[in-house]
Design a protein. Structure first.
Length: 370
């Protein structure tokens, strides 16, 4: 494959301002680097918060955003296999996680590399590094774990694995450490954007007796039923928190939900989720990435005998497991339809807008015809 000297990329140069189209020189490759041609790159809530400058941390700028990318290998530079041991060739499609140091306490002792204190994230690097998905090419640097996408999984089905689905798999594995979803449990999922939808489908594949989706978007709630929700609660139809809590209690014989998943990204939803929770319940917080704060009485944790936890990351094992889940259940659930809106690279700012305003289920940049 012929590699150009430069490629187009959208660059975040100032928080709160539109990303700007720039010509970026494709860096020299070192042994172990993989250069990919970006096929599709997802736009998620983190990208929106990053663009606005209100993440819980302050990332450097300028940067090429985009941390969930399906890439087609253009150049391997000595890499022969993915993290699972599958052979890699030019033309294969891959997904990859952030780059971990492999040496810190989290990597070595805890065996949880997604907590690495010296990680190098994709989608947050300077333009000259070409480590973001909102570009024509992306450089997957040596030391990054990658996984080959099975031929049976198409680009749009695989895209969600790059962020939302792998995060859900990571959190559900942690949920299993605390007893998981037991047979007959009721599950409430707050917010059914991509994280919520993948939470719904994973809950639906357990022994849960109910999977209740809560959102203000009627199209999202309708889609949640396709992904396995047994009941839905519309915030538009039931606008008061107290009434929604009452409804959940009525649906669960007065008990509340044994498992609640916060996937909305809306900080005040945390308080509401605690009210949904049954005594002794487990609250999985996945959606929160902004720096917004809330008032919350800590005594509520004791009153509920609650277990509260969350993971904000995942590593390559969770990518692999998410892909295997899709392979196993793609005939039952419309994974590819989670991506609702496709835009050319130059229209990234429009994609960010529809995600910010909540009018798209999932927007993505589509480079496949470039």
């Amino acid at each position: 494959m012929s590699i150009p000297e430069t490629c187009k990329a959208m660059v975040l140069e100032e928080f709160g301002k539109p990303d700007v189209l720039r010509d970026i020189r494709i860096p020299a490759r070192k042994p172990g680097d993989i250069l990919v041609k970006v096929q599709v790159a997802g736009v998620c809530g983190t990208d929106v918060h990053q663009n606005l400058g209100d993440l819980s941390f302050t990332p450097p700028i300028p940067a090429i955003q985009g941390h969930e990318t399906v890439g087609r290998i253009a150049e391997l530079n000595g890499v022969t296999h993915d993290a699972v041991g599958q052979p890699l060739r030019e033309g294969d499609r891959i997904l990859w996680c952030h780059e971990w140091c492999g040496e810190c306490y989290s990597c070595k002792i805890l065996q949880q590399p997604f907590m690495c204190c010296r990680s190098r994230g994709y989608g947050f690097a300077p333009p000259e590094a070409l480590r973001g998905g909102f570009a024509e090419y992306e450089l997957v640097t040596a030391g990054t774990d990658v996984v080959r996408i099975p031929d049976s999984v198409d680009d749009l089905e695989a895209l969600g694995v790059g962020c939302a689905f792998r995060s859900v798999v990571s959190n559900f594995e942690k949920l299993n450490d605390y007893g998981g979803i037991r047979t007959g449990d009721a599950v409430v999922v707050q917010g059914v954007g991509p994280i919520g939808l993948y939470s719904v489908v994973m809950a639906a594949q357990t022994g849960a007796s109910q999977v209740i989706a809560v959102d203000m978007s009627e199209p999202r709630l309708k889609f949640a039923k396709k992904m396995g929700a047994t009941s839905v609660i519309s915030i538009k139809e039931v606008p008061e928190v107290a009434d929604r809590v009452k409804l959940v209690k009525e649906m669960t014989n007065g008990l509340g939900a044994q498992v609640v998943v916060e996937a909305s990204g809306f900080a005040p939803a945390f308080n509401e989720g605690m009210e949904y929770l049954a005594l002794g319940g487990k609250y999985v917080v996945i959606g929160q990435s902004s720096a917004r704060t809330i008032d919350f009485p800590p005594a509520k944790i004791l009153e509920k005998y609650a277990t509260i936890f969350g993971n904000k990351g995942a590593d390559i094992r969770h990518f692999h497991k998410a892909l295997k889940f899709i392979e196993a259940h793609k005939d039952k659930y419309p994974f590819g339809e989670v991506v609702s809106d496709l835009y050319p690279l130059e229209e990234l700012n429009e994609a960010l807008r529809v995600m910010r305003e909540g009018t798209a289920l999932k927007a993505a940049i589509d480079n496949r015809n470039r």
